[in-house]
Design a protein around this ligand. Structure first.
Ligand code: GA4
Length: 323
C-alpha cells in the first residue's frame, strides 16, 4: 500500500530565485488632498491598474500598531502559529498559497472581514485583545479609504451615483479579506526568492501598505516587469479583476508579484475589497458607448471566487469569462 503523506512545510521545495526588475519611476501618485485628482486616477487605472495614494488621512500610529502586532504574531514559535492554520482559506499559512500547489517564501494570516468586528477566536492569549483592536481600527480606516478612492473613480469616469463601485465594498454582505504577509529574509541568497508568485487580484480593489522593504513588482502594458519603490507612509492601490469587468476592460487589473529580500523582512498588510457573494458582475451599462459589446459573460462573485479557488496563482482567471 502506498501512503501519501503531506510534506512538512520545511520540506516544501522552494521557488526558484529571481532577479529583481529595474525600479519604475512612473508609478502615478494621487494626492488625496488635492482637488481634481480624479482624472489622474482614472488615467492610472486605465494605463497601469496601479497607483500610489498620499495624504490619505490614515494616522501613522494606527498603521504602526497593526504592523507591530503582526510582527509579534510572526515572531511566535512555529508550532504556535500553526495552531491557527494551515489556511485552507482563512487562518495562518506558510509557504503554501491557495490549495493548488503554489508556494512562496512567505507566511501570512488571511482573515475574512465581516460586518461584525474581528473576534480572532484563534488567538487565545492576552495579546489577542491588542491585535484585535488594531485590526478592527485598521480595517475600518482602510475600507473608508477604498471607498473614497472608488468614489473618485466614479467621479473621474463621470458616472452617477458616485457610490456605484463603493457600495459593493461597503455592503454589509461584502466579501472582503485582510491579508497580513511576512516575507522573511532568505539567508544564503544574494538575489531574491519568489515571495508571492505573479497573479491578478480577483476582487474589486486592493489597498496595500508595506514597510520600507522592496519586493513588489508589477507588469507594464507591454508585459515587462518593474519594481515598485516601497513607501511605508503611503498606500498602493490595485485594480482587481472585478473592476476590470465592471468597466468592460477600461480599467486594467494589474498583474503583480513579490520577491522576498535576501536579508530583510518585508511586511505587508493588504485589504481586498470584494462584492457580496451573490453580486452579478457585468460591465456597467453607464460605461458602455453606443453599440459597445460586453467583453465578458455575466457571472456572480461567488462563481468567480469558486473559479479562483480551482486555479493557480498565475492563471488567467478572467479568460474563462471572456465572450
Ligand atoms: C490573490 C489575492 C488574495 O491574496 C487572495 C488570494 C487567494 C488565496 O491566497 O487563497 C488565491 C489568489 C488570491 C488568487 C488565485 C487563488 C486564490 C490563491 C490562489 C492560488 C486571498 C484572493 O482572494 O485571491
Amino acid at each position: 500500500m502506498v501512503v501519501l503523506t503531506k510534506p512538512a512545510l520545511g520540506q516544501v521545495s522552494l521557488p526558484r530565485p529571481q532577479k529583481p526588475s529595474p525600479y519604475f519611476s512612473g508609478i502615478p501618485v494621487i494626492d488625496l488632498s488635492e482637488p481634481g485628482s480624479e482624472a489622474l486616477l482614472v488615467r492610472a487605472c486605465e494605463e497601469l491598474g496601479f497607483f500610489k495614494v498620499t495624504n490619505h488621512g490614515i494616522p501613522v500610529e494606527l498603521i504602526a500598531s497593526l504592523e507591530e502586532e503582526a510582527m509579534k504574531f510572526f515572531a511566535l514559535p512555529q508550532a504556535e502559529k500553526e495552531r491557527v492554520g494551515p489556511a485552507t482559506l482563512f487562518g495562518y499559512g506558510s509557504r503554501t498559497i491557495g490549495s493548488n500547489g503554489d508556494i512562496g517564501w512567505v507566511e501570512y494570516l488571511l482573515m475574512q472581514i465581516t460586518s461584525k468586528p474581528m473576534s480572532l477566536p484563534f488567538l487565545m492569549d492576552a495579546s489577542a485583545s491588542s491585535f484585535r483592536s488594531a485590526l478592527n481600527e485598521y480595517i475600518s480606516a482602510v475600507r473608508k479609504l477604498a471607498c473614497e478612492v472608488l468614489e473618485l473613480m466614479a467621479d473621474g469616469l463621470k458616472i452617477e451615483p458616485r457610490n456605484v463601485f463603493s457600495k459593493l465594498v461597503m455592503d454589509e454582505e461584502s466579501d472582503s479579506v485582510l491579508r497580513l504577509n511576512h516575507y522573511p529574509p532568505c539567508p544564503g541568497f544574494n538575489g531574491t526568492m519568489t515571495g508571492f508568485g505573479e497573479h491578478t487580484d480577483p476582487q474589486i480593489i486592493s489597498v496595500l501598505r508595506s514597510n520600507n522593504i522592496a519586493g513588489l513588482e508589477i507588469t507594464l502594458r507591454d508585459g515587462s516587469w518593474v519594481s515598485v519603490l516601497p513607501d511605508q507612509a503611503s498606500f498602493f492601490i490595485n485594480v482587481g479583476d472585478s473592476l476590470q469587468v465592471l468597466t468592460n476592460g477600461r480599467f486594467r487589473s494589474v498583474r503583480h508579484r513579490v520577491l522576498a529580500n535576501g536579508s530583510k523582512s518585508r511586511v505587508s498588510m493588504v485589504y481586498f475589497g470584494g462584492p457580496p457573494s451573490g453580486e452579478r458582475l457585468a460591465p456597467l451599462p453607464l460605461l458602455m458607448a453606443e453599440g459597445e459589446q460586453s467583453l465578458y459573460r455575466e457571472f456572480t462573485w461567488c462563481e468567480y471566487k469558486r473559479c479562483a479557488c480551482r486555479t493557480m496563482l498565475a492563471d488567467n482567471r478572467l479568460g474563462q469569462f471572456e465572450k
